[in-house]
Design a protein around this ligand. Structure first.
Ligand code: ATP
Length: 338
């Protein structure tokens, strides 16, 4: 659906050249929610702005449904953009227009001349985003979450195939963020709209993205199914992002009192975690203490995480670790034996 091939963007300033994107390639499937995550300056905004040619890449290709966006004339590009909606962190609503008129404006701009048709569509959209009762209010009278709902209604006005979300929830509190993400999920499910979102919050990716990519210094450093990225991240930066969601802070006092090996065990959904641990405890002469444990849901799929201390003779402990490593993901986080 969206194919990005070897995209490069170099910003030329008076004194230097800044690399915005470096050989970025992506293949985003129809109906997918795809997340792009990275720290500030990683190139996320540049990439998402390139997807509707708000920013012209220096080289490379962008295809949406096999149409090469960079080969289009200005008129053709304007038409192609009708099928790409976009929402932003700052909402960009027109302060002097009512909620109704902010949404109707997108229809007018797209050439919908009939007042009746515009009214019908705006009413439908405001219903969809839960703002039917706010049609005559002005942006200043709305909360941040409500403003983002208006901008979602506006972005969907002309039935786009793709919705680009540029840090759409970064200015919102956690509860409002959840409600906006739930709305995006619903839009994706009910209308099959492909959603590409950029964010610096892994929590957002965990909540709604089917697949995601991690960016650093203009490059994609890792890409995959969101669940796999959480369960078995490979890149160091991905691991850091994952930790922001899955990390357990154990009290320093507890760590210093532990005499054995502290392991972090990760169980993919479907594996009976307690059975693996109790079988291990029966098979080897070791003692085990669970220090922490919980099940995180990545989308709807469970990922179990336990912090576990193993105490015993060195050889038995090593055998027990090897036994666990054959069955689940194991990370040694402290070894007080050495
Ligand atoms: N118009 C510009 N002129 C010069 N350099 C730019 C321009 N826009 C972006 N850059 C540079 O390109 C790199 C990528 O920036 P970009 O805004 O895409 O990152 P980002 O991941 O979106 O960060 P943030 O989350 O802070 O917006 C940065 O080094 C940035 O300074």
């Amino acid at each position: 659906m969206i194919k990005v091939e070897n995209l490069n963007k170099v910003f030329k300033t008076k004194t230097k050249e800044v690399i915005g994107l470096k050989e970025v390639s992506l293949d985003i499937k129809k109906g997918e929610i795809f997340g792009i995550v990275g720290y500030s300056g990683a190139g996320k905004s540049t990439l998402i702005r390139c997807l509707n040619i708000l920013e012209r890449p220096t080289s490379g290709h962008i295809y949406i449904d096999d149409v090469d966006l960079l080969s289009l004339s200005s008129k053709e590009l304007r038409e192609a953009r009708q099928s790409i909606g976009m929402i932003f962190q700052g909402f960009y609503l027109v302060a002097s227009k009512t909620v109704f008129d902010n949404v109707a404006f997108a229809l007018k701009a797209a050439g919908v001349k009939s007042v009746h048709k515009r009214k019908e569509r705006v009413t439908e959209l405001l219903d969809l985003v839960g703002l039917a009762d706010k049609a005559n209010e002005y942006p200043a009278q709305l909360s941040g979450g409500q403003r983002q709902r208006v901008s979602i209604a506006r972005a969907l006005a002309n039935n786009p195939k793709v919705l680009l979300c540029d840090e759409a929830t970064s200015a919102l509190d956690p509860t409002t963020t959840k409600s906006i993400l739930a709305l995006l999920k619903r839009i994706n499910r009910e209308f099959g709209i492909t959603i590409v979102l950029i964010t610096h919050e892994m929590e957002v990716v965990k909540e709604i993205c089917h697949r995601c990519a991690v960016m650093q210094d203009g490059e994609i450093v890792e890409e995959g199914q969101t669940y796999d990225m959480f369960a078995e991240p490979e890149n160091e930066l991905t691991k850091k992002f994952i930790q922001t969601v899955l990390d357990f802070e154990l009290p320093q006092k507890l760590l210093s009192e532990c005499e054995g090996v502290i392991l972090r065990l990760q169980f993919r959904g479907g594996i009976a975690s307690d059975a693996v641990v109790s079988d291990m405890l029966q098979a080897f002469s070791v003692r085990g203490n669970i220090l922490h444990g919980k099940v995180e849901y990545i989308g709807d799929a469970p990922l179990g995480i336990f912090i576990f201390e193993l105490v015993g003779e060195e050889e038995e402990v090593n055998k027990a670790i090897a036994y666990l490593e054959e069955r689940v993901f194991v990370e040694v986080i402290q070894d007080a034996r050495h």
